[in-house]
Design a protein around this ligand. Structure first.
Ligand code: URP
Ligand code: ZN
Ligand code: ZN
Length: 556
């Protein structure tokens, strides 16, 4: 690096640029945070700082689609805040996080958004943006969702089918939220687990005397997640709303998503570092603190083939992008649930280690190449959340968010050496190929060879516009072509059944009862023809298949 170099001019020399579509050797010249030139033998102004990346990979900085810095949750506050969390992100090669505004029911979404901005803006060390949680439903919420999209740079909303009485929404509210998401060009995100079943099962486990962390998994097995994923996709598909399933934790739910995508539905699945890098056998660990350190919802799965399977789907395109759900609680905070697993605050680490874990389990294992790695750690997230091509690619005009990566070097993950505030690491002892040598955030070297050069508040809030083309080109087209069409027919003039009064007597005495009732039908829910005569010699229902098959929005 040349002495006295200007921080607003940076030349990255000699590296191999890895984008989602190709790898090539070139230098990168950056001015005022934006990539100005890419090529060999560039003509650049004097006085630029130089970084020698010879023999190394130069990739778009990671985008973590799912974090919860300093989240107030289950009576506690997550220990990694917007400062330690984003610093740790940078150390791991991530240059942008998408965090969540997530407040209680009945709190104004705009007030919550402003509160979270107030927490994040002075602390963030890398760029960030917000998804907003919709934890209740009303006309006010509907309007505030539109305002957040129009005036506050939000284009994604997370809803919960779990955490009964806290964040959970019933299906009829979800239907309305999805409709509103589609109307305002946003993407609906779903925490998919059946909250009613979990509430019953928690009680049952405690009654059985199962109070330890294994109870957390036992009361929410794979089906509890997969059923909710199927339901979320079914409902959103009815109203042509794009669906993004957050933290896909099981093979069962990943299969539901893969099938829906094959059927042409607009649905995206986000596995996280935790489920790609470790598994739920830890809940049965004899050390309570160790077991509790892995508690998150949906849980990690005891099926040890899960991480490899999810990585396969990430490699082949069934799953699209990755986050971490980084939501860290200290061992002592977790210990508040020492006698009752339902009181263990849910959440694990990942923001620092996501890139290394995916490189190790995905690229070093031969499941994906370096280009797919960039797609699933950065580019696809940028496309889905409408940040592309500002973020997620090394291209002229893009923000200079870059990681210089050594694919051969290794590091051993440990809570003793990580930069997060939390005192536990779910990847403890994992040896990973793929090490961040240097992280560049909007043109500034913020991390190099283990040292930080960044201050709280250096990161920026990045507003996102609605109608992300990657998502909405298909949705908009379907809106025009997929609406059901009524059948044109002459008005019906035949006999009509008479409904009996409260005593079961037909209201009009002279009705030719037997004839009319045996042939009377009415349209019931779901397009069924319901025979009103309760006559066992006639089938009471028959399903009418519309000519030309079922609607394309149909799930089955
Ligand atoms: O256990 C988790 N996932 N904690 C964070 C909240 C959420 O559901 O994403
Ligand atoms: Zn969640
Ligand atoms: Zn989360």
């Amino acid at each position: 690096m040349s002495a006295g170099a200007s921080h607003s001019r940076l030349l990255i020399k000699g590296g191999k640029i890895v984008n989602a579509d190709r790898t090539f050797e070139a230098d990168i010249y950056i001015e005022n945070g934006i990539i100005q030139q890419i090529g060999k033998g560039l003509m650049i102004p004097g006085g630029a700082q130089e970084y020698d990346a010879t023999g190394k990979l130069v990739m778009p900085g990671g985008i973590d689609t799912h974090t919860h810095m300093q989240l107030p949750f289950m009576g506690h506050r997550a220990v990694d805040d917007f400062y330690t969390g984003t610093k740790a992100a940078i150390a791991g090669g991530t240059t942008m996080i998408l965090d969540f505004v997530l407040d209680q029911k009945n709190v104004s979404l705009i007030e919550a958004y402003n509160k979270w901005r107030g927490w994040a803006d002075p602390k963030v060390c890398c760029d960030y943006s917000f998804h907003v949680g919709v934890t209740w439903w009303s006309e006010q919420v509907k309007e505030e969702m539109a305002t957040l999209v129009k005036e506050h740079g939000v284009n994604s909303f997370k809803m919960f089918m779990a955490y009964k009485d806290v964040f959970m929404l019933p299906d009829h509210d979800l239907y309305e939220v999805y409709k509103q998401c589609r109307n305002i060009g946003a993407i609906a995100q779903m925490h998919a687990e059946n909250g009613d079943v979990i509430a019953h099962e928690q009680k049952r486990m405690l009654e059985l005397g199962i109070t330890g962390p294994e109870g957390h998994e036992l009361c929410r097995p794979e089906d509890v997640e997969a059923e909710a994923v199927l339901r979320a996709i079914m409902i959103s598909n009815r109203v042509n709303c794009p669906m993004y399933i957050v933290h896909v934790m099981s093979k069962s739910s990943a299969k539901v998503i893969a099938r829906a995508r094959r059927e042409g539905k607009v649905v995206f699945g986000e596995p996280i570092a935790a489920c790609l890098g470790t598994d739920g056998t830890h809940y049965w660990h004899k050390c309570w603190r160790h077991a509790a350190g892995h508690v998150m919802g949906p849980p990690l799965r005891p099926d040890t083939t899960t991480p490899g399977y999810l990585m396969d789907l990430l490699a082949n395109g069934d799953l699209e992008c990755t986050g971490t759900d980084n939501c860290t609680f200290s061992g002592n905070q977790k210990a508040l649930g020492k006698d009752d697993f339902t009181k263990i605050p849910n959440g694990v680490n990942g923001v620092e280690d996501r890139m290394s874990v995916i490189w190790e389990k995905g690229v070093a294992s031969g499941k994906m190449d370096e280009n797919r790695f960039v797609a699933v750690t950065s580019t696809n997230a940028a496309k889905i959340f409408n940040l592309y091509p500002r973020k997620g690619v090394i291209a002229v005009g893009s923000d200079a968010d870059i990681v210089v990566w050594d694919p051969e070097a290794t590091r051993t993950i440990s809570a003793k050496t990580h930069h997060q505030a939390v005192d536990f690491n779910i990847f403890e002892g994992m040896v990973c190929h793929g090490v961040t040598l240097c992280t560049i955030s909007r043109g500034k070297i913020v991390y190099q060879d283990g040292k930080f050069n960044v201050s709280a508040g250096d990161g920026k809030f990045i507003p996102r516009k609605p109608y992300a083309p990657y998502v909405y080109k298909k949705i908009d087209c379907r809106q025009k072509t997929h609406d059901p069409v009524k059948v044109e027919r002459e008005p019906y003039t035949g006999p009509v059944a008479t409904l009996p009064d409260e005593n079961g007597v037909p209201k009009t005495p002279d009705t030719p009862r037997s004839r009319n009732l045996h042939h009377a039908t009415s349209i019931g829910a779901g397009g069924q023809h319901v025979n009103l005569a309760n006559d066992s010699t006639h089938p009471s229902t028959r399903v009418m298949a519309p000519p030309g098959g079922r609607s394309t929005f149909s799930l089955f």
